[in-house]
Write a protein that binds this ligand. Sequence first.
Ligand code: GLP
Length: 238
Amino acid sequence: MKVIICKDYEEMSDKAAEIVISEVRKNPSAVLGLATGTTPLGLYSKMIEDHKKNGTSYKDVRAVNLDEYAGLDCSSDQSYVYFMRKNLFNGLDIKLENTYIENGKAEDECARYNALLDKLRQDVQILGIGSNGHIAFNEPGTSFDSVTHTVALTESTIKDNSRLFKSIDEVPKRAFTMGLKNIMNAKKNVILVSGKNKAKAVYGLVKGEITEQVPASILQKHNDCVLICDEAAAELIK
Ligand code: GLP
């Protein structure tokens, strides 16, 4: 795994934007694997800024998202569809019909989404990490062989994500998520991490034992994975 330690969140977002923008310029119909969470917001605003200033076009780009809360309609402002439109897609010339995410209202989205991912292999997959080492919504204990599945969120993830809801009771308890095998299938993985509260997860990601108890640790086996993090998140790996 290549590790890039940046002085702060801004520099982390710049480095990630360089990778994504150069991929799209080289391959105008690239498949981008995208993530939600607060960490990639800086990257997304830099992609929009570059699109407006330099004209990088996303008109033929396809985007597949990692995960979605189960039970939320796409019109809900807590859904990840809403998040992606608001924070990225509406600022680019990407066609919404080329953007894919699990349907939170479906009974079972997994087979449909796996078939889709078979056709749309990610050229670059953006990832964040949860404080317990989860990636997408693959919680500790998830099989490394997993593909898209339904998950019961752990207490720790519900608590972490409750900051984005009015109250903890509003956080959905279940989600659909790409599995670890779908993530490992990406040609390139770029994992972004910021902040001291993620330092332990970063240690597990980079230097810990490769174990299903730390889902992100499987990335140590990926042949093109870049961790871009700030100084605070890198505290335990320096
Ligand atoms: C959620 C998402 C993950 C994300 C994580 C961390 O659980 N499903 O994809 O990496 O939150 O989010 P944040 O970047 O806000 O810390």
